[in-house]
Design a binder for this molecule. Structure first.
Ligand SMILES: [Zn+2]
Length: 312
């Protein structure tokens, strides 16, 4: 490294669909790239870490020097052993010493964590959560991801892992979630529930292109659509009510593809959070500002947090 080298933090956000790479100089994005995760599935496991490092080096400008690496990954992640344990949606990066291999190849401090944690770090440092003292982030996607940052530090279980707070019982439903709980919040209120309910009513609805404006118009035309949106706000609110009562954050950031529809289910969400005087819950609930970009950005910042899980 020369004195004039630009010091860059590398982040990788691994999802079931896409793997996003980013290089940051301070908080500024220097370069970024998203690759279909299926591309890594197609090469032998023994070469996957080499391929990840190769992609990072290709992104790195000639005057740049990678000084750390952070990884966010969907599903269970053991941030102590550095092994992803997600055979469902991230099998190609699971159950081998990924963090050790990457650290050996790059020879820089490295850390790994759940994707909900890194997305929250991204919003906290560079997005909707800037200035928050205690930020709750809830991702309404295929499932429900939850992360709590207290003064920027992720809240952990006693053994240092990420608590799966999207899996809390919120209803008397007898349907059993894959986590083992009946009436689980993830089953009751993920984007998947909303999408399925709307598709049953409107089979031709194209979810990826669904805008707030379009759904608002559909809701105005059909009270059954309005009823689904109202029901969804109540379902999101039932889990959020528990988390807000337990943790008392000053800000809640909603992300994931259902969060962009927040204006349409906000009234029933607010109603679900109303309590008697003296049992007041923080009303500060906003949508994420970085969207899908939050994960890789937050991953790059992961080695900078004070916890003992990083390796150097
Ligand atoms: Zn569950």
């Amino acid at each position: 490294m020369t004195n004039s080298a630009r010091l860059l933090r590398a982040g990788i956000d691994m999802g079931g669909t896409g793997t996003r790479f980013i290089l940051l100089e301070g908080l500024r994005e220097v370069a970024a790239l998203t690759v279909p995760t299926a591309e890594f599935d197609a090469i032998p496991q023994s070469r996957r870490s080499d391929e990840l490092v190769s992609r990072l080096r290709q992104l790195c400008p000639a005057d740049g020097q990678i000084i750390s690496l952070g990884i966010g990954a969907s599903g269970p992640v053991n941030n102590r052993s550095g092994v992803i344990e997600n055979s469902d949606t991230l099998a190609c990066f699971s159950f081998f010493p990924l963090l050790d291999e990457l650290q050996q190849r790059l020879n820089v401090p490295a850390a790994i964590d759940n994707d909900a944690v890194v997305a929250a770090l991204g919003e906290f440092h560079a997005g909707a959560g800037v200035g928050s003292q205690r930020m709750l982030m809830v991702t309404l996607g295929t499932g429900i991801g939850v992360a709590l940052l207290d003064k920027g530090q992720p809240f952990r279980t006693i053994d240092g892992r990420h608590p799966e707070a999207g899996h809390i019982p919120v209803s008397g439903s007898t349907h059993r979630c894959y986590c083992g709980v009946t009436g689980c919040w993830e089953t009751e209120a993920s984007r998947g529930w909303l999408q399925q309910a709307l598709l049953q009513l409107l089979p031709n609805l194209h979810w990826p292109q669904l805008t707030v404006k379009r759904l608002d118009a559909l809701s105005a035309d059909d009270p059954r659509v309005a009823a689904i949106l109202s029901e969804y706000g109540g379902r999101v609110g039932r889990g959020l009510s528990t988390l807000l009562a337990l943790y008392g954050p000053d800000l809640t950031v909603l992300s994931g593809s259902a969060a962009r529809l927040l204006p349409l289910f906000r009234p029933s969400l607010d109603t679900a959070l109303q309590r008697a005087s003296g049992y007041h819950l923080s009303p500060q609930i906003i949508s994420s500002s970085l969207g899908d970009a939050a994960g890789a950005l937050g991953a790059a910042l992961l080695p900078t947090i004070r916890e003992p899980v990083k390796r150097s």
